[in-house]
Ligand binder design. Structure first.
Ligand code: FES
Length: 176
């Protein structure tokens, strides 16, 4: 025969937060929804701010003028030949093209589409990006064809009296 034990219900104190914020169940749900919406807005705001920051950073980089830097002697590059260097920082691949006896041009080697490396194609007289078949004019860096919409980032260069080529630090606004 089983013995019946009568357990008396012991009143439990409500948690402190419930005493301080005595919402009914329905209001609690409303508050939760409101808070969720607030977090959603906060998240969207943060992302928007991050985008603005990124755009500003890109813009700042685009006006990074760098310091004048000696690259190489003119007679070390054959006419129609190229020379790879880094400018304005070690993280920025750049390429120089000797157009003729006296003229040299230089560009960022990063394609303005998605940043692949461009190289000179003498047979087609153009800068070529193999990633998505982007092509750029050899002297101006303007887009000839393909998905890029902006010219290559141009680096101002000069040949000094001693025959050395210098990057002058002036980088076009399209430099990335
Ligand atoms: S990255 Fe150069 S064409 Fe797309």
């Amino acid at each position: 025969m089983s013995e019946h034990v009568d357990v008396e219900a012991v009143p439990v104190d409500p948690p402190i937060w419930k005493r301080d914020f005595p919402y009914e169940a329905e209001s609690e749900e409303e508050v939760t929804r409101r808070e969720f919406a607030r977090y959603l807005l906060l998240g969207a705001g943060t992302m928007a701010a991050a985008n603005v920051g990124l755009a500003a950073w890109t813009q700042l980089r685009s006006i990074n003028t760098g310091e004048p830097m000696e690259i190489i002697a003119l007679d070390e590059v054959s006419v129609g030949g190229t020379y790879l260097f880094r400018y304005p920082t070690d993280a920025d691949p750049a390429v120089l093209l000797r157009v003729d006896d006296a003229q040299v041009v230089a560009f960022s080697q990063k394609c303005t589409h998605l940043g692949c490396v461009v190289y000179f194609e003498p047979d087609h007289d153009r800068w070529h990006c193999p990633c998505h078949e982007g092509n750029f004019e050899p002297v101006t860096g303007e887009v000839i064809s393909g998905p890029p919409t902006r010219p290559l980032g141009k680096i101002e260069v000069e040949v000094r009296d001693d025959g050395r080529i210098w990057a002058l630090g002036k980088v076009s606004e399209h430099y990335e």
